[in-house]
Design a protein around this ligand. Structure first.
Ligand code: ADP
Ligand code: MG
Length: 318
């Protein structure tokens, strides 16, 4: 199949599987001009800003070479939606640049099914991209919408803010250890859960939207909790005191290991103390645990509850 046949047979379909608008997000996605011309055309609703982000997944770096095409498609889009979530933006459009080596049409079809399964709960459309040959790699750019001036950034943390993290930290790391055969887990259901968390992370879009006007700063945990929280601290010119015992860690992994391992795609955010009730309620409403794990300090650096320094280690490419 040549690239045009691939685009027509598979990628074009992804311009039509978006989820319906929700109560949180009443914006209906559409493109004025979608796949097929030199550019796509979209209109930005009055009063909204575009939130733009891109992530590349390289075979053997971001996913093990034997990862299923469904999971690769899923993760390529999910990690991008996670960036929109961290900004409090509604997903609207995405582009897909894919470099294929010798993948079959069936591979591409399964890849697209993986993408479609991430798209269905969200009002997002595929509006363009590029298809080339070479070592397998996938680059997705997402474009979201956020009311002007309301995006959650990394730079708004204030002294005295509580620090929170959603979900459970270290589960994706266990999934990766299973894939790499460095960890054995007896119980099949737990094994599957960890692999699911590695391959099919849930972007916390609803949480991100609900945090607009509540959180002061937000980031998604892709490289590791300490490393990502440290980005907030540096951007906000602040420090943090963490209560290590309150960090929700997956069973079967040490606390030390979990806070420096990545790929969980949970949200880490800060909020003023007055928002505690709002955040507790939000956790109930979303059926998503949200743990309060520390507070923002004016003194730079990160320390634990005993004032011992913490090193912001995490995954880096270089
Ligand atoms: P051009 O040569 O003008 O860049 P292409 O031949 O690369 O155009 O692509 C034709 C059309 O198909 C364009 O609208 C482009 O955005 C779209 N397209 C190409 N590859 C993909 C893809 N992987 N996913 C979605 N759309 C794609
Ligand atoms: Mg092109």
């Amino acid at each position: 199949m040549n690239e045009f046949a691939l685009i027509d047979a598979y990628f074009k379909r992804l311009s039509d599987v978006a989820g319906a608008p929700s109560t949180q997000n009443t914006y209906s996605p559409k493109a004025d001009l979608g796949i097929g011309d030199d550019c796509a055309l979209v209109s930005v609703p009055v009063g909204m800003q575009l939130a733009v982000s891109a992530d590349t997944l390289v075979s053997g770096v971001h996913f093990p070479v034997n990862t299923s095409p469904f999971d690769i498609g899923y993760k390529a889009l999910a990690v991008n939606l996670s960036d929109l979530a961290a900004m409090g933006a509604v997903p609207a459009w995405f582009t897909l640049c894919i470099t294929l080596q010798d993948q079959s049409a069936r591979w591409v079809e399964a890849f697209c099914e993986g993408m479609a399964s991430v798209m269905r709960p969200h009002p997002i459309l595929l509006i363009g991209g590029d298809t080339t040959r070479g070592p397998l790699s996938i680059s997705v750019q997402v474009i979201g919408l956020v009311p002007s001036g309301e995006a959650l950034t990394r730079c708004g943390a204030k002294e005295g803010d509580d620090i929170y993290v959603s979900g459970c930290i270290g589960e994706a790391a266990q999934g990766l250890a299973l894939v790499q055969n460095t960890l054995q887990i007896e119980q099949a259901s737990i094994r599957e859960h960890m692999l699911e968390r590695l391959n099919r992370p849930t972007p916390r879009v609803s949480l991100g939207l609900a945090l607009r006007g509540v959180a002061h700063a937000c980031i998604d945990v892709s490289d590791g909790l300490l490393a990502d929280l440290n980005h907030i601290l540096q951007s906000s010119d602040a420090g943090a005191c963490l209560d290590l015992g309150s960090i929700p860690v997956a069973g079967g992994i040490s606390l030390q290991q979990s806070i420096i391992s990545g790929d969980d795609y949970e949200l880490c955010f800060t909020a003023p103390v007055q928002q505690r009730d709002v955040i507790d309620l939000l956790a109930l409403k979303l059926s998503l645990p949200i743990a309060r794990i520390g507070r923002i300090t004016s003194q730079h650096g990160m320390v634990d509850q005993n004032n011992h320094p913490l090193t912001p280690a995490g995954y880096t490419h270089f």
